[in-house]
Design a protein around this ligand. Structure first.
Ligand SMILES: Cc1cc2nc3c(=O)[nH]c(=O)nc-3n(C[C@H](O)[C@H](O)[C@H](O)COP(=O)(O)OP(=O)(O)OC[C@H]3O[C@@H](n4cnc5c(N)ncnc54)[C@H](O)[C@@H]3O)c2cc1C
Length: 525
């Protein structure tokens, strides 16, 4: 089990941001890797080079809160793109387009470079004579390695800059919410109590118009011509080696995110408490890809919950707001787990004396991916995934439980399929969600719990509305037949929906098989 250790000085929520950033980097950790050029030992250029990654916004971005002139850059890194998939990359390109527009409105320009950031950033920092190179922290193991390598490359290149890393992605950094012995929480209830009680910083203002520089004023033509696409169009999916997404991917951009948030804050958030588990009710925020790429800041989202709570007409409405805040806490819980255990993307979080004997079942896996398992709620979810690149959380849970428990197929297969199909794919939440369903993760459901897709459908899609929307073969089927589909006889099934498949597994039997496999792995089988 590999663990990555962080040495940063914990930062207090109430510290001024600029001080926070410097404090955070003055310990060992990242700062220890930096042979920081002393900015004060030379003439200050007053220029901040900001490297955008998962913070594709100008507003509420802590890293942009300083007074220096700003040169923003996004680096297309081919190594990172090998982990991408069409929906995520399509959303990213759309978000970059929006970000570039936001900078143009402020009289500047977003520099778009392509290459290995370890080479691009030192060159760029030297070429534009930056005083500071900044970025917001990311929490995956790969991102951590990349950031340390870039910091080291800046130092090796002898570029005289300060490197500052901000926490613009979460409300609380991993060092701020820990157990008594300083390690990450593996129990969500404990995490929630502490996380919820901490004071939260408000949104950060946008950089003022005029502060943003145009890269064409700071960099010579040769550099721009070779390393940048600033003057031209954004690359297309095809330029980056991707096919068009199968799904109709939702639009990106800060304006879109704010519209979603405004609608949610004014109305839907008050239904969230009651309706959030019902996929047909469309009661969730749909902010997940925006939070993933930072087209909106989480502090802005939190502020919206404060406003909604203040405007709530009664206790139920306030509780509904609180239910949504709890989801934001899940997001941070899984990010903290990933920060402490970067291996959760590929390895079980829990240790088992013996291996879990996952089944090799290519036909079962294919049927699951294609939404042809004969379990209507699972199939509806898998088809929504292909059509919209997004799936309701309850249905993600049911489909993931079906794959890992009923089919006893390794959760990594499911993780990989979701990674390729979801617009909001995020290593922290995907690993968290998959390992929760498979019972292998932090705060996972118990081994013996298998979400029964038929009772889940009766409870959360009682009228079969969601199933009918995504499974056209069942559009005209009576609701009872939808719920009882796996137990109907062949003749009845053929009369109701001849084109919809019979169930590929029988639930009771396979539930026992899954429980047996976990008992054996634990050594009590
Ligand atoms: C197997 C599985 C895989 C998942 N993979 C991802 C993933 O790759 N990316 C992703 O963002 N979410 C993932 N989730 C969590 C969750 O399903 C989505 O965040 C949610 O459905 C997004 O819709 P929303 O924005 O309308 O959510 P809302 O209900 O409006 O919630 C608001 C925000 O809170 C966060 N959030 C909500 N629920 C969770 C949760 N259970 N875990 C972590 N964060 C949460 C998201 O950022 C979300 O946008 C996964 C869940 C499961 C069970």
């Amino acid at each position: 089990m590999s663990k990555e250790t962080k040495h940063e000085t914990p930062v207090s929520d109430s510290q001024p941001l600029r001080a926070t950033r410097r404090t955070a980097l003055r310990g060992a950790g990242l700062a220890g890797l930096l042979a920081m050029g002393s900015a004060s030992a030379r003439q200050n250029s007053g220029l901040q080079l900001h490297w955008h990654r998962r913070d594709l916004r100008v507003t509420d971005n802590p890293a942009l809160a300083g007074d220096d002139r700003l040169l923003p850059v996004f680096v297309h890194d081919p190594a990172i793109f090998t982990y991408g998939a069409p929906p995520v990359v399509a959303f990213l390109l759309d978000a970059l387009d929006s970000l570039r527009e936001q900078y143009r409105e402020r009289g500047g320009e977003l520099l778009l470079a392509r290459g290995d950031p370890r080479a691009v950033l030192p060159d760029l920092a030297a070429a534009c004579d930056a005083d500071t190179v900044t970025w917001n922290r990311d929490y995956s193991g790969l991102a951590g390695e990349r950031d340390r390598a870039v910091a080291a490359a800046l130092a090796d290149a002898g570029v005289s800059v300060d490197v500052e890393r901000s926490g613009g992605t979460l409300l609380h950094e991993p060092e701020q919410v820990t157990t008594n012995d300083g390690s990450h929480h593996s129990d969500f209830s404990d995490f929630w109590r502490e996380w919820r009680n901490r004071e939260k910083a408000g949104p950060v203002a946008a950089p003022v118009r005029g502060d943003v520089v145009d890269p064409r004023d700071s960099l010579d033509e040769e550099w721009l011509g070779e390393a940048s696409e600033t003057a031209g169009a954004l690359p297309s999916l095809a330029d980056l080696g991707f096919d068009d997404p199968e799904a109709d991917v939702q639009p990106a951009g800060t304006d879109v995110a704010y519209d979603l948030l405004d609608d949610f804050r004014e109305d839907t958030i008050y239904r969230y408490g009651d309706d959030r588990e019902y996929p047909a009710r469309e009661s969730t925020s749909r902010l997940s890809p925006h939070l993933k790429f930072g087209t909106i800041g989480v502090r802005t989202v939190w502020q919206a919950t404060e406003d909604a709570a203040a405007a709530a007409s009664n206790g139920d409405a306030r509780e509904s707001v609180e239910a949504f805040r709890r989801r934001l806490a899940w997001r941070e819980f899984y990010a903290h787990v990933l920060d402490a255990r970067p291996d959760v993307v590929t390895e079980n979080y829990r240790e088992y004396p013996d291996e879990i004997r996952w089944r090799d079942d290519p036909e079962g896996l294919r049927a699951w991916k294609d939404g042809e398992t004969g379990y209507p709620l699972v199939d509806a979810g898998m088809r929504q995934l292909r059509a919209e690149a997004w799936v309701h959380n309850r249905v993600r849970m049911v489909a993931a439980s079906f794959l890992t428990k009923d089919l006893l197929i390794d959760w990594r297969e499911g993780y990989d399929w979701y990674r390729r199909k979801l617009v909001d794919h995020d290593t922290a939440h995907a690993a968290g969600g998959w390992q929760w369903a498979a019972s292998t993760g932090a705060n996972a459901q118990p081994d013996f719990r298998v979400l029964d897709p038929t009772t889940q459908a009766e409870e959360y899609d009682p009228d079969g509305e969601y199933v009918r929307e995504h499974v056209p073969e069942l559009r005209d089927a009576p609701t009872d037949a939808i719920h009882e589909w796996p137990t109907l006889d062949d003749e009845t099934r053929a009369a109701i929906a001849p084109d919809y498949p019979a169930p590929i597994v029988e639930l009771g039997e396979y539930r026992d098989r899954a429980i047996g496999a976990f008992e054996a792995a634990r050594g009590d089988g």
